[in-house]
Design a protein around this ligand. Structure first.
Ligand SMILES: [Zn+2]
Length: 191
């Protein structure tokens, strides 16, 4: 007969986070974010986009540097739902905010990804429109330094705290092995 493991069961009411947020507002935002990411995975794109948009607006109100990614994610959810005009509005907003916040390097990767995403989803015209709109900004940016890209170890594919997809090129790196999650601000460990 097998012995029962002696480890205590996790308390279902209080899930253990790797790095619990201290501020109640941050805790609420993290909960919403996890819900939105789950909605994306299960194909509930409109519901997901509403949450991302709400979080993006709140973050923008407080000038939080990750608000652009939340707008981009709202846009991605909307394009997956087929709401392409609304999607482009959110994508444009996210890209513009990246420029406003001087996140030039992230912007370079983000615009490429946004354009490719739209093309893959069959929205060629909208992809071209956005690329054209930001063409001047793309030209003005300094060339990204490839050497800084290769120094980092690989990160987990998704954030252990909020479940968002991790895009190493668009993250803010703290040092050579750690970066902030672009959605919830958790520290991601490279290995
Ligand atoms: Zn996260």
């Amino acid at each position: 007969m097998r012995r029962r493991p002696v480890r205590p069961r996790p308390n279902r009411n209080r899930p253990t986070f790797r790095r619990p947020p201290q501020h109640p507002r941050a805790a609420r935002a993290l909960k919403l974010l996890r819900r939105a990411n789950h909605m994306m995975e299960t194909g509930h794109f409109i519901e997901a986009s509403n949450i991302y948009l709400e979080l993006a607006r709140r973050a923008e109100d407080r000038s939080i540097p990750r608000s652009p990614q939340l707008y981009l994610q709202a846009g991605r959810a909307l394009s997956l739902a087929g709401e392409i005009d609304n999607a482009v509005t959110r994508l444009r907003k996210g890209l513009q905010l990246m420029l406003d916040y001087q996140q030039g390097q992230r912007f370079q990767f983000a615009i490429q990804r946004v354009v490719q995403d739209l093309q893959r989803q069959g929205f060629e015209n909208h992809a071209n429109e956005l690329e054209e709109e930001f063409s001047e900004s793309i030209k003005e940016l300094p060339k990204s330094q490839d050497s800084t890209q290769t120094e980092h170890p690989p990160l987990p594919p998704s954030c252990p705290d909020c479940g968002a997809v991790v895009r190493p090129d668009e993250l803010e790196w703290i040092n050579s092995t750690q970066a902030y999650c672009d959605y919830c601000g958790s520290v991601l460990e490279g290995r």
